[in-house]
Every structure is written in structure tokens, then in C-alpha cells.
Design a binder for this molecule. Sequence first.
Ligand SMILES: Cc1ncc(C[n+]2csc(CCOP(=O)(O)OP(=O)(O)O)c2C)c(N)n1
Ligand SMILES: [Mg+2]
Length: 398
Amino acid sequence: MPRTSIPIDPIHHLSVLDEHGKVDRKLLPAIPPEKLLRMYATMVRSRRLEESMLRRQRQGQMGTFAPAMGQEACQVGAMAALEERDWLVPSFRELPAALWRGAPMKNVFLYAMGFEEGSEVGDPDRDRVLPISIPVGSQACHAAGLAWASKLKGDGAVAIAFFGDGATSEGAVHEGMNFAGAMTLPAIFFCQNNQWAISTPRRIQTASATIAQKAVAYGIAGVQVDGNDLFAVYRAVSEAAERARKGEGATFIEAVTWRKSVHTTADDPRVYRTEAEEKAWEGKDPVVRVRRFLEAEGLWDAAKEEALVAAADREVNEAFDAAVAYRDGDVDPLEIFDHVFKTTPPDLLRQREQARAWIGGRRVIIGAGKAKTKPGGAAAVGELEEADDAPSKKGGAR
Ligand SMILES: Cc1ncc(C[n+]2csc(CCOP(=O)(O)OP(=O)(O)O)c2C)c(N)n1
Ligand SMILES: [Mg+2]
């Protein structure tokens, strides 16, 4: 009765594009130049938008958000490797992925101003993008469910879930991946290991040598990629999608990356990260890496960069102005009951009616101190103020 080894497939690490913009030609995915330039432009647009959002949040012009700076290659590389029919299941840090799918910057601002309709990326009946989901790890189960539906319908769609290193300590991630393994589902679980879960470092999140190796336990494919390498991510996701479409099941991808900025605008990483660490990752910036590659290929130069940045900044400013105009316009606060279910269920309809009665004819302060009155009780998010024509507290519907 000897002790024998159980054969387990090794977990590979994939890297294609180095910090100086040099590539391994054998591994470089074939991406047409127009698509490649659109990928780079999306990374830059995302970076410029988030830099603007950070400034605007500090000035009180919008609420909190979770910047994806430093993780642009993970998200744009992954989404560009997929098709329109594939499902995007984001967590709360997926701006670059949403922009790739066509999210209007105006909506990005609206979401950060508290408007649920900001979640809309396009046509909700057509665009396969789920809204932001804040509960850590929930995305794995959502993607497993969508992948199961896709398998049952035979529509060939793949579902990709984005979550972080911290999420791998949540039960939902294991449930989702186990289900996808057991049911051989067309799902991709994309873990952005950005080294931190707020202030908890990766090294105490799990005793696993890699996060990718957890795939072995679910019987699904697993790979670790350099998450700051657009081409490694693109290749890994292309391979995962191909496997999924062939009916060979799910893949777990660990993308090793770095959150360059704050966890959210309510966080200060200087309290728990050293300057030396920040510096070490500075040279690995995913956007700079692609730019160097494009320059070396003769596809990019300083003038093009300047024009792209100027266009992105223009787009950001126009989107912000449009979002402010919307916020200060005729907004109905009862819309908080909309945008979740296609058909609002009866209990929410009842709550909607209660809220309508409670608001009565009172004024509501919207955004930066603007007062609006809407007859019939519909008003806006923000503070309530007694209006002259409001029903008295005693007499008003409650
Ligand atoms: C179930 C649940 N627990 C706690 C939180 C609070 N929370 C928000 S983000 C976060 C850390 C997530 O870290 P990670 O999964 O690494 O993702 P990252 O923020 O780094 O993108 C926590 C604990 C939450 N949103 N949901
Ligand atoms: Mg993290």
C-alpha cells in the first residue's frame, strides 16, 4: 500500500509584455491595430475620468467611488477578449470594463451622485452588463447563474465575474466556482489580486501560495497572469472563453496587479502602505507599458497622446456638466424604486406608494442646494423641506 502522488495539472503564470514595452512575440495575441488603439484609448479615458472624479469628490461635487487606477489592463484586456453577447458581472471597481462596454461617462458621474440610473450602460434589454454589486464575492454566484442560463439556452454566451483578492475569503466565491465546476459552466472568474482588501494585505488573506491554485479544488482551469500586462490578460481570457464555448467549463484567473490609488475616497492608504511599495509598483503602470509598446510599433507618438488626453478630458468635462444638469433637473425621488427589477414586485410597489404619500407636496433640496417642488408629491433625492402647500403633519398621509 504505497504512498503515491495524485497528478494535478500545474498552475502556469502568463506574462507577455514587460515593463519596458517589450513583448514575447510567440505569446502576443493577434489584435488588429484599430482594436488595440481602442483598448489603449479606453485605458486612458478611464484614467483621466478617475483622476477627475477624485478631484471632484474632494471638492464635494459627487459622492464616493472605488478607483480602478492601476487595474486598467486587467479589465480592458479581459473585456476586449470577449464578445458583445458575453455577460459582464462587475463588482464596484470596474470602470474600465464598463467603459469598454460603452458606459456613458455621464452615467458614471450620476451613479457617484447617488442616481441609480447611472448603472445603465446602454439598453438594459440588450446590453449584457449587470449593475455594480457592492457585496464582496456576490459576483461569482451571479456569473455562475448567468453561465448556467446560457448553457441551458445554448446561446454560446460566457459570463465573466470580476472580484478581488479579499473576495476569495467569502463563501459566495467558493459556492459560485464550485457550482460552475460541478455543472461545467461557461464562466470566467477573474480575480484582480491588487494586493489589498482595504487595509488587509494579500499575505494574510490566504495561506495559499497563489490564489490561482484554488481552481484545482473546483476542477476548473486555473492560471495566474501579470495583471498589469494587457496582452497576458487578453490571451488568458481568450483561452478561457474558447474553452467555455467548446463546453469545457469554467476558468479561474488570478491577475496580479496593484491598486494605485485609494480603496475608496473614504480611505487613506498612506496609513497602511509604505512609500517603497508604492514606488516599486510605479514602474509597472499598465497604461505606460502599452504606450511604450505602441510607440515601438510605430502606432503612437507624442502628438497622438496629447490629442487623446485632450479628447478624454473634454469628454469628462462634458459628461460632468450633463450629469449636473440632470441632477438639478426634474428628478423624481420615487425612481429609487425603479432600475432594479424589470417588473417591480408588489412589496416594492407598496413601499413606493407609502413613500409618495409621505413626501406629500413637500419641497426637496437636490444636489448643491437647489430647491424644487413637484406637484403630486413626487420630488427628488436629498433633504425634505416643508412647502407652503404641504399637508400639515397631522393631516398629511403617513
Ligand atoms: C460582504 C461584504 N463584506 C464587507 C464589505 C465591505 N468591503 C467593501 S470592499 C472590501 C474589500 C474588498 O477587497 P477585495 O476583494 O480585495 O477587492 P478590492 O476592493 O481590492 O477591489 C470590503 C471588506 C462588503 N462590501 N461586502
Ligand atoms: Mg483587493
